[in-house]
Design a protein around this ligand. Structure first.
Ligand SMILES: Cc1cc2nc3c(=O)[nH]c(=O)nc-3n(C[C@H](O)[C@H](O)[C@H](O)COP(=O)(O)OP(=O)(O)OC[C@H]3O[C@@H](n4cnc5c(N)ncnc54)[C@H](O)[C@@H]3O)c2cc1C
Length: 268
């Protein structure tokens, strides 16, 4: 996966359990030498083209925290079926439905045994949120700088648009907020780095702090990306809706950042 020769995906979300992912219904039966997974996962990014599927399920739905497993299913495992969903905001990304029809996963593919799957789910979310912070900041800087260049080049009333305070002040505010969010993004990543070398990994307090910090920064950065691309679209006028500037596309992708890895409202 790291070399890019194989594609991986993560299967958490289900039809009835999105924000409430912990109460998932994908069923695990623990046999001596393998696990059997049965359930439906939705919105699996890369699912339709994936070679490896990190999947979560529970052996007792009344105790998901104590009985959650995490394992790797592989393309070709009997009963594993993927279908593509049409997601208009990101039409080129392969996002899908992943069906586990009594899929037998060998014991050596277990990443988190009974109960450990739950802990792995949450520590994995920290890494995911750090990456969403990165993509959100990327969208924010891309649109803010595009807007800055365009409003300096475009003239109306015989002056560059940027000469008008109604155009320059909102952009200045965007840059101030972006700089602050970027600092928080670096801080989230460096805090997460500490868990990679495992020095602090088992300290429950530290893990909770890390989860809260990355979640809060993801909330802020993704919302900011959406706000800045929307504002920039407004300040650039009609051309922002064309593929000359692609601000409209950036706005679509920014909106997705607010949903993935934990939707905005649930993060509050
Ligand atoms: C493009 C895309 C890619 C994705 N990729 C993946 C993937 O690779 N793997 C995967 O497993 N999932 C993936 N997802 C799913 C994503 O994680 C979920 O869509 C997300 O967690 C929200 O779940 P939901 O859609 O069921 O919304 P719901 O849980 O139904 O929530 C709807 C709204 O209600 C709010 N809400 C819900 N509960 C509360 C609460 N208690 N308090 C306040 N507000 C609340 C939410 O914030 C949201 O605004 C992807 C989704 C998209 C759109």
């Amino acid at each position: 996966i790291i070399t890019g020769k194989k594609i991986g995906c993560i299967c958490i979300t289900e039809r009835k359990h999105g924000s409430d992912a912990v109460n998932m219904e994908t069923k695990v039966i623990d046999k001596e030498d393998h696990l059997i997974f049965t359930g439906e996962k939705l919105y699996t990014t890369n699912g339709p083209v994936a070679d490896y599927f990190i999947v979560y399920g529970v052996s007792d739905v009344s105790d998901p925290r104590g009985t959650m497993y995490q394992a790797i299913a592989e393309r070709g495992h009997e009963g594993l079926i993927t279908n593509r969903l049409g997601i208009q905001s990101v039409p080129r990304v392969q996002i899908g439905q992943t069906l586990f029809n009594s899929v037998k996963i060998p014991r050596e593919n277990i990443l988190g045994g009974k109960g450990q799957g739950y802990k792995n789910l949450f520590s994995g979310l920290v890494a995911e949120r750090c990456s969403i912070i990165g993509s959100s900041l990327g969208i924010g800087w891309l649109t803010a700088i595009t807007g800055l260049i365009y409003t300096n080049l475009r003239t109306q009333f015989n002056r560059p648009l940027y000469d008008f305070q109604g155009v320059s002040f909102p952009q200045t505010q965007n840059f101030i907020e972006l700089m602050a969010a970027t600092e928080l993004g670096f801080k989230s990543a460096s805090e997460y780095n500490k868990t990679i070398d495992r020095k602090h990994f088992d300290q429950q307090k530290f893990v909770k702090y890390n989860a809260a910090f990355s979640s809060g920064t993801k909330y802020l950065a993704s919302h900011l990306a959406q706000k800045i691309s929307y504002e920039t679209q407004q300040l650039c006028g009609g051309i922002a809706f064309t593929d000359n500037l692609r601000i409209d596309k950036a706005l679509e992708v920014a909106k997705v950042q607010e949903i993935i890895g934990g939707a905005r409202n649930i993060q509050l």
